[in-house]
Design a protein around this ligand. Structure first.
Ligand SMILES: NC(=O)c1ccc[n+]([C@@H]2O[C@H](COP(=O)([O-])OP(=O)(O)OC[C@H]3O[C@@H](n4cnc5c(N)ncnc54)[C@H](O)[C@@H]3O)[C@@H](O)[C@H]2O)c1
Length: 356
């Protein structure tokens, strides 16, 4: 196995995690970074031993020595043009979610990746959470019997919600519940979603023009139901605190997963009670990583270096996108939305539309 050459565009929160994973991995021979914030670029380049550090992402795309790119830049409208350029240049791509803003853009990216025989995968990191992997295994090996219903509740803090909302007007379905839609569709394969109904509820974030929570009910083609509640208005419990509860019910058993991060409590005079290690992507604790994103990043390097399949196929990321677009359409119309959503009716359901 030859070590691979990796480029990362955007070294903010997630890009830094991925860059540190690359810097630590023997699978990666050389690391190249692009970031428009020069201070941040120097900081992450110094931390990871990157051989290239540029403010112009197109320089990385033009570098024929780079085999694999990770695209972690925001706003999310950058995902499509950056991924398209990288795939057209013949590079394998790990793209943070969402895959794109419109379904036709996702279709185009998938077409280019397939035509060029490239690995193309989307950052649905929760598949690398061992508790969620256990659900998938328990379905595959028959422990749970036939699936009956899925219930997911996910919340993040209003400060993180405000960060996300400052750069894009995508809904809680597109930005938060998207992880749980991906997870549920993955577990329930080969079933397909046929119907979606969704409602939003307004509260503490109303003055920013976004609802606090979104509830989505998905019906699969054999009648299995998936209910997801996702919100981004919790008070802080830790920087980027997240809490999740999953109930997977089958005919032979149930798996109930508590990822509410109440297992570690830090109590200080300065900040009161906090719940460390409670972010969605996870974080480094000196020499170890707590959370799914490091493993997901290494998995991508392994897929490229050893020519293995990627865990998150873009086909399913596209289906996930179709479901959250249907959810947003359901909010706008107050109606149940049947799938598939025709591509020309699937414009991004921006919250500006919901609020108007
Ligand atoms: N999988 C997960 O658990 C998870 C968690 C959080 C965010 N995300 C996704 O990851 C992506 C990144 O989120 P984040 O929180 O790290 O964002 P962030 O804002 O912290 O970082 C994005 C970085 O991109 C840089 N950037 C912007 N334009 C650029 C350009 N033209 N060239 C190079 N760099 C550019 C910004 O300066 C910033 O440093 C988002 O798409 C988000 O949806 C995934």
């Amino acid at each position: 196995m030859e070590p691979i050459s990796v480029g990362i565009i955007g070294t903010g929160w997630c890009g830094e995690i991925r860059a540190v994973a690359a810097g630590n991995s023997a699978l990666v021979g050389s690391l190249h970074l692009a970031e428009i914030n020069e201070e941040r670029l120097s900081e992450v380049a110094a931390q990871t031993g990157a051989v290239t550090a540029t403010t112009d992402w197109e320089e990385l795309v033009a570098d024929s020595g780079i085999q694999a790119m990770i695209i972690s830049a925001t706003p999310e409208t950058l995902h499509y043009p950056m991924a398209k350029a990288a795939l057209e240049a013949g590079k394998h791509v790990l793209l943070e979610k969402p895959i794109s803003i419109k379904l036709e853009e996702a279709d185009e990216l998938i077409r280019i990746a397939e035509a060029n025989n490239l690995k193309f995968t989307i950052g649905y990191s929760q598949r690398f959470n061992p508790k969620q992997a256990l659900v998938k295994r328990s379905l595959n090996d028959g422990t749970l019997g036939d699936p009956v219903s899925v219930l997911v509740s996910r919340h993040i803090t209003r400060s993180l919600g405000a960060k996300i909302g400052s750069r894009t007007k995508l809904s809680p379905a597109a930005m938060e519940a998207t992880h749980d839609i991906d997870f549920s569709l993955w577990c329930l394969e080969p079933r397909l979603p046929v119907r979606v109904y969704s409602q939003v509820a307004w509260g503490a974030r109303q003055d920013q023009g976004v609802p606090d929570t979104q509830v989505i009910v998905i019906t699969m083609d054999d009648g299995v139901t998936v209910t997801i509640g996702a919100g981004w208005s919790l008070p802080p419990g830790y920087p980027n605190f997240s809490t999740t509860w999953i109930e997977f019910l089958g005919t032979e058993g149930a798996l109930i997963m508590d990822a509410s991060h109440k297992d570690i409590v830090l109590n200080t005079i300065k900040d009161g009670v906090q719940f460390p290690l409670s972010t969605m992507p996870g974080e480094y604790v000196d020499h170890v990583y707590a959370g799914p994103m490091e493993r997901e990043t290494i998995h991508f390097f392994e897929a490229v270096a050893y020519d293995r399949p990627v865990m998150v196929e873009p086909r399913l990321a596209r289906l996930t996108m179709e479901v959250y677009l249907a959810a947003d359409l359901s909010v706008e119309t107050g109606q149940v939305v049947e799938l598939p959503v025709p591509v020309d009716e699937s414009q991004p359901s921006l919250l500006s539309v919901i609020t108007s």
